[in-house]
Write a protein that binds this ligand. Structure first.
Ligand SMILES: [Fe+2]
Length: 352
């Protein structure tokens, strides 16, 4: 598979990875041969990048299991939120079980490299954002050696982190223009709203409650609602804040254009010890990579190629497969450049 910008699609490509809408329903299954109506549908649904089949990159595969788990979690999430809103104490704890399968799979078999993602404009209060943040938090928690029970708890906290936004009016949430001071003050209440909703629904797990109320706190004390700093911020909140910001920046927000994957990544790295905990940012760097598998990049020597393998601990130095001439754009016999051992070459940019 390769990672392709939707606006570059011509109409003869095969979809490499199933596309879902914001509610976990299949928009188009993998294997679909694209045509103009399908491409229009993909555009209307707000996708910027998708995965398409590419024979020369067929070693990059989707992880069907994690896609399945992600889809069923998204599908069941509206129900979880309704249970919490209605304060159905008996069903709330029960509904958290959906995270157990996700945490169990990631803890034992999940490969962070195959957690491939499309980039779409879904806003950050949607179910997709909640589940993406949960998946990423569980991966990050695994790298911090958390036990399986803790990973499940962390995943539940991440899944619920923005539940308080339900209490904020849609006009503010979807506003295209920058928020007024007053509107921003209202948005800033969502961690407390979420905390109260969970308490009222009978959730008494302190780790979950503090993760939800503290997910916008920052280690420099400049977060909200409490303005606490350093180790006063709970561990789960520190993990979730990194994943929340990364996932939100990778998506398109209503009031600005989306970041590219590398820009969102660099934003996190440059904020280690300012906004985020240094140790967690170090783990982020060890485990997540700047350029997703299958994306096309331009090297400092002018050559262009596709990211086919990551090098752990070196997020900006993956293995690149070159299969066309960057000047004539004609096919050539493919070869690979391992940036870990090619010292004088760096990635300059993504190829659009
Ligand atoms: Fe939030």
């Amino acid at each position: 598979m390769r990672f392709e910008l939707v606006r570059n699609l011509k109409g003869d490509e095969i979809l490499g990875k199933t596309l879902f809408d914001g509610y976990g329903k299949v928009l188009l299954p993998s294997g679909t041969k694209l045509n103009t109506p399908y491409i229009n549908r993909i555009k209307q649904s707000g996708f910027y990048y998708i995965y398409i089949e590419d024979k020369e990159l067929d070693d990059i595969k989707e992880d069907k299991k994690i896609d399945q788990l992600k889809q069923s979690t998204i599908e069941r999430l509206p129900n979880v939120f309704t249970n919490i809103m209605q304060g159905n104490k008996d069903t709330v704890e029960e509904s958290f079980k959906i995270v157990e399968d996700l945490a169990g799979y990631i803890a034992t078999e999940g490969d962070v490299n195959t957690n491939l993602y499309e980039i779409s404009k879904y806003d950050n209060y949607t179910y997709i954002h909640c589940v993406d943040t949960a998946i990423m938090s569980i991966f990050l928690g695994r790298s911090l050696d958390l036990k399986i029970e803790d990973l499940t708890e962390l995943g539940i906290s991440a899944m619920l982190h923005d539940i308080g936004k339900i209490k904020i009016s849609n006009e503010i949430i979807n506003k295209k223009e920058p928020l007024t001071k007053q509107e921003f003050e209202e948005i800033k209440k969502h961690p407390v709203y979420g905390y109260r909703m969970l308490k009222e629904a009978g959730v008494d797990n302190k780790n979950i409650l503090s993760a939800v109320v503290e997910h916008h706190e920052r280690v420099n004390g400049k977060g909200y609602p409490l303005g606490i700093s350093g180790d006063k911020v709970s561990d789960y909140a520190k993990i979730i804040s990194v994943c929340d910001v990364f996932t939100a920046l990778s998506a398109n927000r209503s009031y600005r254009e989306r970041y590219n994957p590398n820009e969102a990544y660099e934003y996190i790295i440059s904020n280690g010890d300012i906004m985020f905990d240094t140790k967690i940012v170090e783990k982020f760097k060890e485990n997540f990579f700047i350029y997703p598998l299958g994306c096309c990049v331009k090297l400092s020597n002018g050559i262009e190629g596709y990211v086919v393998k990551q090098n752990k601990y070196f997020p900006d130095r993956p293995v690149i497969r070159v299969n066309y001439d960057h000047i004539t754009k004609e096919k050539i016999n493919s070869y690979e450049i391992d940036l870990l051992t090619t010292f004088n070459t760096i990635i300059e940019s993504l190829v659009y």
